[in-house]
Ligand binder design. Structure first.
Ligand code: UD1
Ligand code: UDP
Length: 383
């Protein structure tokens, strides 16, 4: 019998981390042929994930440029995908989340009348410009996709309210699947700077900040707030793996470059990152992925954004929306450092985002869609 040819298209670090376990699950299924197409929107940060998960690309568009704009990423990916899709002729294209690669990959598949499966579907802030351009990317992909794989029931509900076409499945987030292979009790860090951290006697805060809507004043205010928190707490150390974006690096260097007990380091591989989070005190971030990972590890999160499309861990009490204003960030970080009862309350491990079986559900759903399986998979229910 002819195998169903499934092409996973991704290009940035978070997409790769979240697609890696799925690509592996699909490759292990008898009825499927799994292909992997990288846009290369990221380079070093993407290659690092491919290496850790031992994935091999069948196609690599290698589009990254040092000063890339939203238009250059989208057009280069769209044009590159044309040749790839004509050559490979997949039965289904899978895209993930909300990046420019996600949008261009889905649009390219649509132009070739190839059905699209959207992994991590239905996250919304309903603010067109925040996160920018992600909210519009994922909304547009929601219109294109035939199969929607929503991590949580609330994400699926958003799609139903929007009356999107196609089938909606609640699967859990594949990042929880990925974490089952990365987090280890006996893990030793590759970087000497991380091994040298005294996790017993110091309170280590993990910081990341990279979002486009935070470029400029918000990012400066956020990092100045972090500086104040470190300077007023002698037992606090901050580890900030700084994104390779030149804009982010310049801002990080300017605000935190000369601050004692702030470790500005290059991006670390995903195993280092997950194990660093597993040992830290709490997380301050504007990242999407960290908001899902830290709660699973029982680590409080202060979200350095005005909104979040991930309200589940906020409702569970592990995540607080700190915003981007200096005073409020300082106030919330101080509260976590100075009120043990508040810290304990927020440090409950909660896992509204998955049970480690998201990839199995997605593979089952695809099999059902193509008639290889009789039953539609049961929806993920938060544990
Ligand atoms: C992109 C996504 C964002 C996601 C983020 C994850 C879009 C529009 N944005 O934003 O949704 O949260 O990835 O990290 O799709 N760079 C390197 N090497 C790398 C990666 C990046 O040098 O491996 C530098 C390049 O100079 C590049 C710049 O970072 O031009 C920005 O990368 P880009 O993908 O445009 O934006 P991100 O902020 O990474
Ligand atoms: N991450 C990583 N190394 C780092 C910083 C982050 O491996 O130095 C991982 C992190 O654990 C998460 C993902 O990258 O899985 C999040 O990516 P990012 O914050 O770049 O994007 P977002 O999730 O905001 O789209």
């Amino acid at each position: 019998m002819k195998k169903i040819k499934i092409m996973s298209v991704f290009g940035t670090r978070p997409e790769a981390i979240k697609m890696a376990p799925l690509v592996k699950t699909l490759a292990a299924r008898e009825g499927f042929e799994s292909l992997c197409c990288l846009t290369g929107q990221h380079r070093e940060m993407l290659d690092s994930v491919m290496e850790i998960f031992r994935l091999r690309a069948d196609f690599d568009l290698n589009i990254m440029q040092k000063q890339q704009t939203l238009s250059s990423i989208t057009t280069r990916a769209l044009l590159g995908m044309e040749t790839v899709l004509e050559e490979a002729q997949p039965d289904l294209v899978l895209v993930h989340g909300d990046t420019s690669t996600t949008f261009a990959g889905a649009l390219a598949a649509f132009y070739h009348k190839i059905p699209v499966g959207h992994v991590e579907a239905g996250l919304r802030t309903y603010d067109k410009y925040s996160p920018f351009p992600e909210e519009m990317n994922r909304t547009l992909v929601g219109d294109i996709a035939a199969l929607h794989f929503s991590p949580t029931p609330a994400n699926a509900e958003n799609l139903r309210r929007e009356a999107v076409r196609g089938e909606i499945f609640v699967t859990g987030n594949t990042v929880i699947d990925a974490m089952q292979t990365t987090v280890r009790q006996d893990f030793r860090f590759a970087a000497q700077e991380l091994n040298a951290l005294d996790f017993e006697n110091k309170r280590v805060i993990v910081l990341t900040c990279h979002r486009r809507e935070n470029y400029g004043q918000p990012m400066h205010d956020i990092l100045r707030a972090v500086r104040h928190v470190v300077e007023t707490h002698p037992d606090v150390e901050v580890v900030y793996p700084v994104h390779l974006s030149p804009i982010v690096r310049a801002c990080a260097q300017e605000e935190l470059g000369d601050v004692a007990r702030v470790h500005l380091i290059d991006p670390v591989d995903v195993e280092q990152m997950h194990n660093l989070m597993a040992r830290c005190c709490f997380v301050m971030t504007d990242s999407g992925g960290l908001q899902e990972e830290a709660p699973a590890l029982g680590k409080p999160v202060l979200v350095l954004r005005r909104e979040t499309e991930r309200p589940e861990a906020v409702a569970a009490g592990t995540v607080k929306l700190a915003g981007v204003a200096y005073d409020e960030i300082v106030r919330l970080a101080n509260a976590l450092l100075e009120q043990p009862a508040l810290y304990r309350q927020m440090a409950q491990a909660v896992n509204p985002y998955g049970d480690g079986r998201a990839c199995t559900r997605i593979a089952d759903a695809i099999a059902w869609h193509f008639g290889l399986r009789d039953e539609k998979p049961a929806d993920f229910k938060a544990i």
